[in-house]
Design a protein around this ligand. Structure first.
Ligand code: AAT
Length: 283
């Protein structure tokens, strides 16, 4: 038996058994590894950290996409930053309201390798004529984007280390504010409250976004293969509140089958445990 092991904190490790190491490459941006897992199916890591696996990717991709569409069921233009595996684009493209998706992924190799090894998330994405795929740094892209171009920005990024670092800066969040329309929504990678290193990043990101957007919320979901299994996204907007403006019926009318998300869970996800609430308030 082979084991992929990830250091979750100084004193805690997480291991997954795999049959075969499928592919390994050092791209200009990061170390990329694909494995054929047993319990979790095919999975890939970037710089030794779990990104996507076939068993729990539906949780992450449901939760990064559907809460925004249930708050504004008339989203037409979407910017995805990162998301090289294609799972986020796959979910966004299920909405008939969506006319244009710009996906800015820094590392083309991630996308091409997922097309080869992870069709569950990558298949069909490039072929959809609403997709505009750009291989560039997300921060550089938003700096050059026009004011009020998007209804929704989804930051499907790695953690704030190496290439992902710029996507956790005040400069980046300010550009997101500028390129979002009046009722635009920003969903961002918000890390995890449990292990201290991740909680520090969670608090920093929240403070920066709170200083820019009038409406800022954080919501949670269960992600078995991310450190501690308790993971968060941020929801920020100029005008829309994810609970007061939730449109349960309109979302249900889309008729989408989802394995994790539903509009009751939506409300629950924004109701955080006390220690998380306090950490976000105290900073
Ligand atoms: N859909 C879940 C998968 C990911 S992968 C995150 C992607 O963000 C990677 O493909 C990486 O190349 C890309 N990325 C990182 N930095 C940038 C950047 N500056 N600009 C554009 N793309 C970038 C998310 C996993 C989350 C893991 C949480 N622990």
């Amino acid at each position: 038996m082979n084991w992929y092991t990830e250091q979750w904190s100084k004193d805690c490790r997480f291991s997954i058994a795999y049959d075969k190491a499928l592919y390994s490459e050092k791209s200009p941006f990061q170390q990329i590894d694909f494995y054929q897992g047993t319990e979790f199916g095919t999975f890939f890591t970037l710089d030794g950290l779990m990104m996507v696996n076939e068993k729990d990717e539906f949780i992450y991709h449901d939760m990064i996409v559907h809460p925004a569409f249930a708050t504004n069921p008339n989203i037409k233009s979407v910017l995805i930053i990162g998301g090289g595996d294609g799972g986020t684009a796959r979910e966004v493209l299920r909405y008939p309201t969506v006319e244009e998706v710009v996906m800015v992924e820094i590392d083309e190799r991630v996308f091409r390798l997922c097309q080869e090894y992870l069709p569950l998330t990558a298949k069909g994405v490039e072929e959809d004529n609403r997709m505009n795929l750009i291989f560039d740094d997300g921060l550089a892209y938003v700096k050059n984007a026009k004011n009020e171009s998007f209804d929704l920005i989804l930051v499907d990024s790695t953690d704030p280390i190496s290439v992902g670092e710029g996507l956790f800066t005040t400069a980046f969040y300010k550009e997101c504010y500028r390129v979002l329309k009046e009722d635009g929504i920003l969903i961002n990678q918000h890390e995890s409250p449990y292990f201290s290193e991740y909680a520090t990043n969670m608090k920093k990101a929240h403070k920066k976004i709170k200083d820019i957007f009038p409406i800022t919320n954080v919501y949670q979901y269960h992600m078995p293969t991310y450190p501690s299994g308790h993971w968060l996204f941020g929801f920020a907007s100029k005008t829309l509140d994810p609970i007061k403006d939730l449109k349960k019926e309109a979302w249900t009318d889309f008729g989408l089958q989802t394995k994790y998300y539903n509009t009751d869970l939506h409300v629950g996800a924004f109701n955080l445990p006390n220690y998380v609430r306090e950490a976000l308030i105290r900073g």
